[in-house]
Unconditional design. Structure first.
Length: 202
């Protein structure tokens, strides 16, 4: 009597284990429109001797393209993104604003939204443009953005942070006090010059 041969059991189906995650950074102007074709740089996050985030190994660079979003597929870990937009530098020793403590988990998408704010200013004096001035802790300064006056108004867009509003003329630079830029919001500073002093509404 022949013993029937049983078919072999089906091979187990193995589900691939994801080894990377996705980091997506969406960038918007103050009015909500996308920031297009802007450079974004990604690095692993390290820490300095004080325990503060600092750039580790550089992972790569891309742009926000035609959608206003930059996407990285990377290994799990913590990252820092530097964005080529006007704003307060991530650290005084770096040239661009940035975001730290971005955690990527394998098989998941981490979404980050970056929104700029706007400062609209005017002044009743012969100035050519206005600027947002950043003062570093060591006392050095830089101007991430300046715009000329058009029809009496200067419109400055920058990432959130505290700046000093500066009016620039042909032979003069006048400081108009601090302004705090908030994401997706517009603040106005309408100023006048009185005996060499700048007075602005709040």
């Amino acid at each position: 009597m022949d013993i029937p041969t049983l078919p072999p059991p089906p091979a187990p189906t193995l589900t691939p284990v994801p080894t990377t995650g996705t980091l997506q950074i969406a960038m918007r102007y103050a009015d909500g429109s996308p920031v297009l074709n802007t450079g974004v740089e990604l690095s692993f996050q390290a820490v300095d001797i004080n325990g503060d985030p600092m750039l580790g190994q550089r992972v790569g660079e891309t742009t926000s393209g035609s959608s206003g979003a930059a996407t990285f597929n990377v290994a799990p870990g913590q990252y820092i993104v530097l964005i080529r937009l006007p704003g307060v530098h991530f650290r005084p020793d770096l040239s661009w604003p940035g975001l730290a403590n971005l955690t990527v988990i394998a098989g998941q998408t981490t979404q980050v939204s970056v929104a700029m704010g706007m400062v609209v200013s005017s002044i009743s004096a012969p100035y050519d443009s206005s600027c947002l001035n950043v003062i570093n802790p060591n006392g050095s300064t830089y101007q991430p953005v300046c715009k000329p006056f058009v029809n009496g108004l200067s419109m400055l867009e920058a990432l959130p942070g505290t700046y000093e509003l500066v009016f620039v003329g042909i032979a003069s630079i006048t400081y108009a006090g601090p302004v705090t830029v908030s994401a997706g919001q517009t603040i106005e500073r309408h100023c006048s010059s009185n005996q060499g002093k700048i007075i602005c509404n709040q």
